[in-house]
Ligand binder design. Sequence first.
Ligand code: 3PG
Length: 311
Amino acid sequence: MKVLLATGKPFAKQAVEEIQQIIESAGHQFEMLESYTEKSQLLAAVNDANALIVRSDVVDREVMKAAPNLKVVVRAGAGYDNVDLDTATVRDICVMNTPGQNANAVAEMVLGMLIYIQRNLFDGSVGREISGKRLGLYAFGNVAKMVAKIARGFSMTVNAYSPTLSHDDLRKEGEYGVVTVYSNKELFEKSDFISLHMPLFPETRNCVNYDLLSLMPHDGVLINTARKELVVEEDLLRIMDERPLFRYITDMKPERHDAFQARFPKRYFTTPKKSGAQTTEANINAGLAAAGQIVSFFRNGDERFRVNNKL
Ligand code: 3PG
């Protein structure tokens, strides 16, 4: 089988070497398309691929149509909103992700970004600490759990709310030292900082709006390492206009980046390129997991991490 690793944002060299080794030692052929800039390059490369490993690369109907032999797509990472799941199902393609594999990298970045904004982007002015403050985690998956562990090490109070976990499930999360709250309103009311951790689904799109943001303290911080589409940008701009101390730090460059940058140069920061999972360790974890899942899929039909429906 031919396995194509197609990453617009490349993996660490060590991760690529080890992925190749796993694929080839299982008797498959390995090919790579790295740092491509045009969709046409991806369309050409998938032509004879049986399996595809991607990151945030868009795998839509056009890509799948250009890959008539494609049987499996593994998104080496957590979020799979870049893959057209319905088309994959119709074309009998199995889509998987590698949950948890890059969670620590993203979690470390959440705390790093929070400190960066609390210290006024290290511009030399008087900043503030995070110890003793209340951090609210909106959703409680793999990344949020790692954030909770690290934040407790900074002596923060960690509040957690999940729209998908039941109250009982949330109570069981006590081992992470979090205070569970039972509505998103309560979370925003009781937290100095809010960190977003939900995937992008139709139900979560635009879930952070003016009403929720206005419950936060006047000097609150919103941290977004999840997806830009979760936040109603106009509402956030309005809150930041109304509240001269409110700040936004994100790994997901907003559509309205220019407006944020022009209006709040000291209270807004975005990474130039999504960087949460961009560590050697996360690349190795997610990349090797993806390669292993593909080998098991072809060896014995293992679909353990499948995220799309079957035909
Ligand atoms: C994920 O969903 O796993 C993260 O957003 C990382 O995405 P990336 O692989 O494109 O860096």
